[in-house]
Design a protein around this ligand. Sequence first.
Ligand code: PMV
Length: 361
Amino acid sequence: MKKNDFIYSSDQVTEGKTKWTAPSNIALVKYWGKKSIQLPENPSISFTLSKCITETKVIYAPKKRKKEFIDYDFFFEGKYIKEFDEKIELFFKRIYKYIPWIKNYNFIINSNNSFPHSSGIASSASSMASLSVCLMDIERILFPEMKLNYFNNKASFLSRLGSGSASRSIKGPICIWGSSISFENSNDYYAIEFGENIHSVFKTYRDTILIIDDKMKKVSSSKGHELMKNHPFSNQRIIQSNKNINSLISILKSGDLESFIKIVELEALSLHALMMTSNPSYILINPETLNVINKIIDYRETTKTPICFTLDAGPNVHILYPESFSRKILDFINSELIIHCKERKFILDKVGIGAKKKLIL
Ligand code: PMV
């Protein structure tokens, strides 16, 4: 399927409402650097989460305010927020070509996060994914013969145009986005599921997110991707990420935790090293992030527990581990790591299956 396969139009939708949740995801091999409109410079792979979700409700009706190009009102947790509204407007402008029927309707969109907005956890992936599945649900009324695979691929395609990493939040527990010679059907336009061939240990993997700082990021990820354009290590990064994807694909099938840990931690540190060596450079981790990382490495070495860390574009630490070690690792977090967390906050999450339709009462 190519990008042009997603363009078609119809005017037959009547009024109605739909509600979906979509989760956040945590990249194991990171997407960093983009080209053209939201296409990745390198393939990425992620665990879909299940607790950190956005719930979006869309009420739609035939348009009355004729002069508006795309007619919508967007509320986040019941409030109008200018910055979010601008993101939604850009999203609608980008997706219009692929779902042109939206020009005939007006939309009231309400989004809520399961995690606090001020937790420092990026919500763009879950919010763009949940809005995209709502729009696809409406489109499915127009095209009832639509296949599930098409629904999922196009929802991912639309999400990508809102936020690249959002493309990986439609399905789970593992998704690949970006063309890789090591994975059949992988492509730059939308993410695909890793499929059934995953070692059982990864089907219930845990991600405990330590909130080191709950402020919004100092540098937006868009700016970070932009800085990869003239980055001295950009070519090397493309080579490195492709190699890591290739290794990780075998590891996810074999369940080799030692190799999993090496790649995941290397990816997290490479992401931040790229930020620190861009021009202008910037540092998003802080001393508490490093304290936590060092304690995790020490604990792993002394107790031989398969625990590892990864990072997003911020200071918070994602701790990844097999479900069977949950009790032991929770004790470690409570006794050793919680003191480094902002207001002792952390979120217990685990891998999940992606977007879900909710009942509207
Ligand atoms: O989707 P964006 O544009 O917010 O970029 C996200 C980039 C990282 O979270 C740092 C890595 C990733 O692959 O999710």
